[in-house]
Design a protein around this ligand. Structure first.
Ligand code: C2E
Ligand code: MG
Ligand code: MG
Ligand code: MG
Length: 292
């Protein structure tokens, strides 16, 4: 049986897969070092109020600045980190770095926009999660209302007592949660009623078909109607064209994010964007700095 299995394995093993596997193995051994050497950094993508173009939030997105490969994107190293059990340490680093950045921005007198941080399923499900968040906030004296947590729909799949307890604890702390990649998770909608959940982020796979795809139009309209009646705010992600912007604005989507407005930017570029005088982004739409 072992032989047959081996033969079957080999038959499906292509050179391309080999290259991917060895790259993953290499990344794995380097990922541990990356944590020690602090090779991670955060970039920030603005989220705008669709009606006004005003920046109301930024989402922190992690990047791995690899010494010789250059920038590695999360889609490549997050799955590796998950399989190695390193994801919680990365999440923790991200949380600390985001809180440190909020403190620095506050001290520099930047307008107090919301900062969103992505949390992995493993991190969110861990018993020490809420304590960790609470400590990171306290250490930097960050008001809990400034931080928003983004949790993907699939991360909430195992919705049981734990999920509910965690959400309640976050709510008590004063934190708001967004359901990320909404519409892709095949999961129950019961979590939309949980206390801390305040935002729905419409996955960009639905936005990309706008306004031509009748299916995407129907799905998005249904999502907007549902979140309106549940009292949730909606953020559309992955907006790349003016036609998508126009459609979502008219359909009543409150916030948007995407390359049309801004790519994810370094903290220093965010600072320039936020200053009332000198800001410039290479997009067609004029972004308005936040309210002071
Ligand atoms: P996400 O949270 O849904 O983030 C949105 C992703 O879409 C980001 O990719 C962003 O750069 C990209 N994006 C934004 N606007 C557009 C657009 O107009 N068009 C297109 N095609 N893409 C756009 P990124 O930074 O590569 O992150 C990918 C995913 O990795 C994130 O999806 C999130 O799930 C995860 N991730 C990122 N940072 C972290 C982190 O610090 N911790 C954890 N646990 N996961 C993270
Ligand atoms: Mg996100
Ligand atoms: Mg998202
Ligand atoms: Mg997404």
């Amino acid at each position: 049986a072992a032989k047959t299995e081996e033969r079957n394995t080999l038959r499906f093993y292509t050179p391309m897969m080999h290259a991917n596997t060895s790259r993953r193995l290499l990344l794995a051994s380097e990922l541990r070092q990356a944590l020690v050497r602090e090779e991670f950094r955060l970039v920030y993508q603005p989220s705008i109020e669709m009606r006004t173009g005003r920046i109301v939030a930024v989402e922190a997105l992690v990047r791995w600045q690899h010494p010789d490969r250059g920038e590695v994107l999360p889609s490549e190293f997050i799955p590796v980190a998950e399989s190695l059990g390193l994801i919680r340490r990365i999440d923790e680093w991200v949380m600390q770095a985001a809180c440190a950045q909020i403190e620095a921005w506050d001290m520099a007198g930047m307008p107090p926009v919301r900062v969103a941080v992505n949390v992995s399923a493993r991190g969110f499900g861990h018993a020490a999660f809420v304590d960790g968040v609470s400590r990171a906030l306290q250490r930097r004296r960050v008001p809990p209302g400034r931080l928003m947590l983004e949790i993907t729909e699939s991360a909430m799949l195992r919705m049981g007592d734990d999920t509910e307890r965690t959400m309640r604890a976050l709510h008590t702390l004063g934190l708001e949660v967004a359901i990320d990649d909404f519409g892709t998770g095949y999961s129950s909608m019961a979590y939309l009623k949980l206390p801390a959940v305040a935002y729905l982020k419409i996955d960009r796979s639905f936005v990309s078909g706008l306004p031509e795809s009748a299916d995407d139009v129907a799905i998005i309209e249904a999502m907007l109607a549902m979140s309106r009646s549940l009292g949730l705010k909606t953020i559309a992600e992955g907006i790349e064209t003016e036609a998508q912007h126009e459609f979502l604005l008219r359909a009543g989507c409150a916030e948007g994010q995407g390359y049309l407005y801004s790519y994810p930017l370094a903290a220093s570029a965010i600072e320039r964007l936020m200053s009332p005088r000198s800001y410039h982004v290479p997009t067609k739409l004029r972004l308005v700095p936040p309210k002071r």
